[in-house]
Design a protein around this ligand. Structure first.
Ligand SMILES: [Mg+2]
Length: 367
C-alpha cells in the first residue's frame, strides 16, 4: 500500500492532514499548532514530495529519508510538518487494523491521570487559586501546574512580587494530597532559579519546569544539581542531538518532549526510549486541546517510562479561541481527574467537517 494523496486543511493556528492510500483508505493527522498555515506550505514543498508513492504502513524509513533530502533545513518547521505525515499514517494503519494507535505501539487503551495546566501569567494569585479549587472539586483533578516568573523574563517577574505570592498562596489553598507543578518558561538565571526553587521546595512543589533559558542546558543542570525537587524540560527541543546531550549531561530529572514539535510519534518514542535508558520518566508537553494531547495520551499508555500524569490545558476560548469546534466529539472529558483513551480505531476522533470547510485546503498527489 502506497501513499497516493496528501491534503492539508489549515489556518494560522492549526492544520490537519488527510492521507489517502492507493487503495482509497484514509487517515487523519495534524501539523503542529501555531503558524500552521506556513507549516502546511512546508508540508507540501518539503515533505509530501518525498512521501508520495512510498509505503503507507512502514513509514519510518520515509521519515529518515525526508530528513536526509531536506538536510539543509534542520529545526522546527520541518519537524512540525513531518508530524502531519506521521500522525496521519498511524491513524490510517489503526483504521486498517481496527485498532487504536496505542495498540499499534504495544500498549492498550486506558484511563490516564491528568494534571490541570494553567497557561496564564496575567492571572492574579487569588484568581488562580479560585479556579484550581473549582476544578479540583468539580472534575477531581489531583495535580495542578501554574506559572512563575515571566516567559524568557531574564529574572524580571510578570509583576513585582507575583512569584513570591502565588507559590505559597496556591500551594496552601490546594493543601495536602495534591501534586504541585510550576513552569518557569525559560525565565531565570541559575542563581534566581535556585532561590525560587528553594521557595518551591519549602511549599511542597515537586516539579520545576524550564527554569532557565531552555537552550542553556548547563544552566538547567546547575539548577538541577542544587535542588532536590524535579527539574524538568525539553518541550522545544526537536533535534535528537539536543536530546542526547541533555540526557547524557544530566540536565533534567524528567524529559518533556512535545509530540508535535518533535516531528511525530515515532521520533517521540525514540526520545522516550533515550530517557528510559537513562532512568528518566517522560511527561510530555501537550499544552492545548488540538490533536497533540490525544497523541500524548496514546504515547503515555505505550511507553515504558511514562511520567505520573498527562498535561491537560484548562484554558477555554478566551485564551485559545482557535480551539473552537475542532472535533465532532470532545475527546478530553475529565472524570475523577482522569481522561480516557477510546478503543476506536486510529486516534478515535473525527475532525469537524464544518471546521474543515473554513480552512485553507491544499493537495499534493501522484501524477
Ligand atoms: Mg512548559
Amino acid at each position: 500500500m502506497i501513499i497516493r494523496k496528501l491534503e492539508t486543511f489549515a489556518n494560522e493556528f492549526v492544520g490537519f492532514v488527510r492521507v489517502t492510500a492507493d487503495t482509497g483508505d484514509q487517515g487523519w493527522g495534524q501539523l503542529s499548532t501555531y503558524n500552521a498555515d506556513i507549516t502546511a506550505e512546508i508540508f507540501h514543498r518539503q515533505v509530501a514530495r518525498h512521501a508520495l508513492g512510498t509505503d503507507a504502513i512502514d513509514f519510518g524509513p520515509t521519515l529518515e529519508r525526508i530528513n536526509e533530502k531536506e538536510h539543509k533545513f534542520p529545526g522546527s518547521y520541518l519537524r512540525r510538518a513531518t508530524t502531519g505525515l506521521d500522525t496521519a499514517l498511524l491513524d490510517l494503519r489503526g483504521k486498517l487494523e481496527g485498532k487504536p494507535v496505542v495498540s499499534l505501539l504495544g500498549g492498550r487503551p486506558k484511563k490516564i491521570r491528568a494534571y490541570a495546566s494553567s497557561m496564564k501569567r496575567d492571572i492574579t494569585p487569588e484568581d488562580e487559586a479560585r479556579r484550581f479549587l473549582k476544578l479540583r472539586d468539580e472534575k477531581g483533578f489531583t495535580a495542578f501546574k501554574w506559572r512563575v516568573g515571566a516567559e524568557c523574563g531574564r529574572d524580571v517577574d510578570e509583576w513585582p512580587g507575583r512569584t513570591e505570592k502565588i507559590v505559597p498562596l496556591v500551594s496552601r489553598a490546594l493543601g495536602d494530597g495534591i501534586d504541585k507543578l510550576v513552569d518557569g518558561n525559560s525565565g531565570y538565571s541559575p542563581k534566581r532559579a535556585i532561590e525560587v526553587g528553594r521557595l518551591l521546595e519549602d511549599e511542597g512543589i515537586g516539579h520545576f519546569e524550564e527554569p532557565c533559558p531552555y537552550w542553556e542546558f548547563a544552566q538547567t543542570k546547575e539548577v538541577r544539581d542544587a535542588l532536590s525537587l524535579d527539574v524538568t524540560g525539553g518541550e522545544q527541543d526537536c533535534e535528537f542531538t539536543a536530546w542526547e546531550r541533555m540526557i547524557e549531561m544530566g540536565a533534567v530529572d524528567i524529559i518533556q518532549p512535545d509530540v508535535m514539535y518533535l516531528g511525530g510519534m515515532l521520533r517521540t518514542l525514540h526520545v522516550a526510549r533515550l530517557g528510559a535508558q537513562a532512568g528518566l520518566p517522560c511527561t510530555p508537553h501537550s499544552a492545548n486541546l488540538s490533536l497533540v494531547t490525544l497523541c500524548t495520551m496514546h504515547l503515555l499508555a505505550a511507553i515504558d517510562n511514562p511520567g505520573k500524569y498527562l498535561e491537560l490545558s484548562i484554558e477555554g476560548l478566551d485564551y485559545y479561541p482557535w480551539q473552537d469546534g475542532l472535533f465532532v466529539e470532545d475527546p478530553y472529558k475529565v472524570v475523577d481527574g482522569h481522561v480516557e483513551i477510546s478503543d476506536r480505531p486510529g486516534w478515535g476522533v473525527e475532525v469537524n467537517p464544518q471546521w474543515l470547510d473554513r480552512a485553507q485546503h491544499k493537495v499534493s498527489e501522484l501524477g
